[in-house]
Design a protein around this ligand. Structure first.
Ligand SMILES: Cc1cc2nc3c(=O)[nH]c(=O)nc-3n(C[C@H](O)[C@H](O)[C@H](O)COP(=O)(O)O)c2cc1C
Length: 336
């Protein structure tokens, strides 16, 4: 069975990629993910807030006339206690790259164009095989126009593309008036990969404590339908590689994404739920399914259930909506 896959020009031994999570926060975690069989690892994100904090610290150090960083840190005991910043991230990335055979992808999380480029370059210099831009942007202000939100994505990508020579993927959210046009704009702006989709954390409300509760819930396979629909629609319409993220729980979920047209399939929740070894379960199950269906390579099956270019996409989606409702009316839920 031939699982090897091209992703943004990188050769992966298989299409299963560990997406950013606490599992890829340490070199040991990255090693365990690679040992479990994944084709590549995307590190947890370096956050824009961490970049700003380090810049502020540097400014304070300069003001204090500090001569060496470790000595200077003792002037700022609070800063020393803060969570690891960009330098620690880049150092971890460098050690992770040395520790594993599979490509290690760095991840930058932010919503403004400034400040990223230098760190993208530092990640490249540390050996990152590629960079994933995790644009986690929820425009809460009602004055922000849709076009501005889109332009912000393009500007962030352009800044980073100008700073590095390694491939750059954009992990974007699903909430655009025209998601496909956004994907095409990012493609035209040079995105080497599109990671569909960022999963926004939606705070809950606890009626007992009368408080807003922010928690990171793990995904369920039903959530894969939205990214899968867009991957099926974008296949063959963009030059960028397509990476699927959300809702991969079992081998059939990997197969579904590949059939829709994903170049690689990412997983986080399932690994957090079942442990590192679950990557092997997903890969073994994928191989068994391919053997059962007579597919010798991943390329043989990739995209065979995508929406063929030349199809009237709007009519296609409308037809599937109408037929689904018609079936619901006459079968399980009907007649109404
Ligand atoms: C605890 C946790 C931490 C995460 N941290 C990051 C992160 O740092 N950067 C990022 O791009 N995505 C992050 N994600 C999102 C995942 O990479 C992934 O895109 C998302 O969970 C959907 O995939 P899944 O259904 O396989 O979990 C995180 C997810 C979880 C559950």
């Amino acid at each position: 069975m031939q699982l090897s896959t091209d992703y943004m020009g990188l050769t992966l031994r298989n299409p299963l990629v560990a997406s950013p999570s606490p599992l890829s926060k340490t070199v040991d975690g990255v090693r365990r993910l690679a040992d479990a069989g994944v084709g590549a690892v995307v590190l947890y994100s370096l956050f824009e807030e961490q970049l700003r904090r380090e810049a502020a610290l540097n400014a304070r150090l300069a003001d204090a006339g500090a001569e060496s960083f470790p000595e200077a840190l003792s002037y700022f005991p609070d800063a020393a206690k803060e969570e690891p910043g960009p330098r620690a991230y880049v150092s971890m990335l460098e050690r992770a790259v040395a520790a594993v055979e599979v490509p290690v992808i760095g991840s930058l999380n932010g919503v403004t164009p400034g400040g990223w480029a230098g760190y993208a370059r530092a990640m490249q210099d540390a050996g990152a095989a590629a960079i994933e831009l995790n644009i986690y942007y929820l425009p809460g202000g009602p004055e922000v126009s849709g076009r501005d939100v889109e332009q912000r994505h393009v500007d962030i990508l352009a800044r980073v593309k100008a700073a590095v020579t390694i491939p750059v993927a954009v992990k974007l959210g699903p909430h655009f008036s025209s998601t496909a046009e956004m994907a095409l704009r990012l493609d035209a702006a040079g995105a080497d990969g599109l990671v569909l989709f960022n999963r926004f954390l939606q705070p809950d409300i606890d009626p007992e404590t009368l408080a807003v509760v922010s928690t990171v819930g793990l995904s369920s396979p039903a959530e894969a339908r939205l990214p899968r629909t867009w991957i099926a629609l974008l296949r063959g319409r963009v030059r960028a590689a397509l990476a699927a993220t959300t809702g991969v729980e079992e081998p059939a979920d990997v197969a579904r994404y590949l059939l829709a047209g994903a170049d690689v399939v990412m997983t986080t929740s399932a690994l957090l739920r079942h442990g590192f070894g679950h990557a092997g379960v997903l890969l073994d199950g994928l191989s068994q399914w391919m053997a059962r269906k007579g597919f010798a390579t991943v390329d043989d099956l990739r995209g065979i259930l995508s929406v063929a270019p030349g199809t009237d996409e709007a009519a296609y989606e409308r037809a599937s909506y109408v037929s689904a409702l018609r079936n619901a009316n006459t079968s399980a839920y009907g007649p109404w």
